[in-house]
Design a protein around this ligand. Structure first.
Ligand code: NAD
Length: 256
C-alpha cells in the first residue's frame, strides 16, 4: 500500500485530495495546524490519520517528518497543499502579515521538502505534488501570496532536476478559482456571488476541489511516471488567453 502525506488537509482541496488518494488504495496522513478540523476529516475518511503540523515551525516540520518515516517509511506521495493568503494593499501591508503568506506557502514547502526528500532519495522513489496557483503565473491580486506561489513553481523545477536521478518526481498543479469553504458560505448567501468571476473562465465555471484532486492523483501516480518538473494548470482555461481583450481589440474570430 502506498503512503502519503497531505498538508493543508483541513481545507476543502486537501480533503478532496486525501479522498482521491484513498480511493486509489493509499494511506494518507492528514497534516494541518487546524487539528480539530483535520481530526474530524480523518474520522470521515477511512484510511487516513490526522497530525498537527505547523509549517512555520522547523521543529514541528522535522517532528512530523521523522514520525512519518519511522512509522511508514519514506513517503511514496507528498502533497504540499497548505497556504495562507492574507492579501492586503501592497504599500501598507505590514511585515507580520505578508511574511506569514511567504513563510507558509514557500517556507513551508521548502521545510517539508528538506525534511522528507532525503528519505525518498534513499528509497529511490516517490512523487511530490506542490499546489501552486494561477497567481504564480500572472497577476490576480494577493501580491505576496502570488510571489510565494511563483517561488513554489520555481522550487518544483529545481527539485525535479535534483531528485530525478534518484527516481523522485516533483510536479505542481496551478488551480484557478476553486470553491472552498469561505466561497461556499458566500454562495449560500448569494448564489450569484461568483458570477462575475465565472465570466473569465473559458469553460464557463469555477473549479471544484475534485477538479484539483483528480489532477493531483494523476501526477502522483505511476501513470505520470515520465512526468517531472511540470506544472499542470487546473484553471478552466483561465491562463490560456483573454477573450475579452480580443473582443475589445476586434481581433477575435469568435463566433459567440
Ligand atoms: N481555493 C482556491 O481558489 C485556490 C486557487 C489556487 C490555489 N489554491 C491553493 O490550493 C490549496 C488549498 O486551498 P484552499 O482554498 O482549500 O485553502 P484554505 O485556505 O482553505 O486551506 C489552507 C490550509 O492550510 C492550513 N494551514 C495554514 N497555515 C498552516 C501552517 N502554518 N501549517 C500547517 N497548515 C497550515 C489551513 O489550516 C488550511 O487547512 C492552497 O495551497 C491554495 O493556495 C486554492
Amino acid at each position: 500500500m502506498s503512503n502519503a502525506i497531505v498538508t493543508g488537509a483541513a481545507s476543502d482541496i486537501g480533503q478532496a485530495i486525501a479522498r482521491a488518494i484513498v480511493s486509489e488504495g493509499g494511506h494518507v496522513v492528514l497534516a494541518d495546524n487546524d487539528l480539530a478540523t483535520v481530526e474530524e476529516v480523518a474520522r470521515e475518511i477511512p484510511g487516513t490519520e490526522a497530525v498537527y503540523l505547523d509549517l512555520r515551525s522547523p521543529d514541528s516540520v522535522r517532528e512530523v517528518a521523522s514520525d512519518f518515516i519511522e512509522r511508514h517509511g519514506a513517503p511514496h506521495q507528498v502533497v504540499n497543499g497548505a497556504a495562507v493568503c492574507n492579501g492586503g494593499p501592497f504599500e501598507s501591508v505590514d511585515e507580520a502579515t505578508w511574511s506569514q503568506d511567504l513563510d507558509v506557502v514557500l517556507g513551508g514547502t521548502i521545510r517539508l521538502s528538506q525534511a522528507l526528500l532525503p528519505a525518498m532519495r534513499e528509497a529511490g522513489r516517490g512523487s511530490v505534488v506542490n499546489i501552486a496557483s494561477v497567481n504564480g503565473h500572472a497577476y490576480f491580486g494577493s501580491d505576496v501570496y502570488s510571489a510565494a506561489k511563483a517561488g513554489v513553481l520555481n522550487l518544483t523545477r529545481t527539485l525535479a532536476v535534483q531528485y530525478g536521478p534518484y527516481g523522485v518526481r516533483v510536479n505542481s498543479v496551478s488551480p484557478g478559482t476553486v470553491v472552498n469553504a469561505p466561497r461556499r458560505r458566500q454562495l449560500a448567501e448569494d448564489p450569484h456571488a461568483l458570477d462575475r468571476a465565472t465570466e473569465w473562465y473559458p469553460l464557463g465555471r469555477v473549479g471544484a476541489p475534485e477538479d484539483v484532486a483528480d489532477a493531483v492523483v494523476f501526477l502522483l501516480s505511476d501513470r505520470a511516471s515520465w512526468i517531472t518538473g511540470t506544472d499542470l494548470r487546473v484553471d478552466g482555461g483561465l491562463l490560456a488567453g483573454m477573450r475579452g481583450l480580443a473582443q475589445a481589440l476586434d481581433t477575435s474570430g469568435d463566433a459567440g
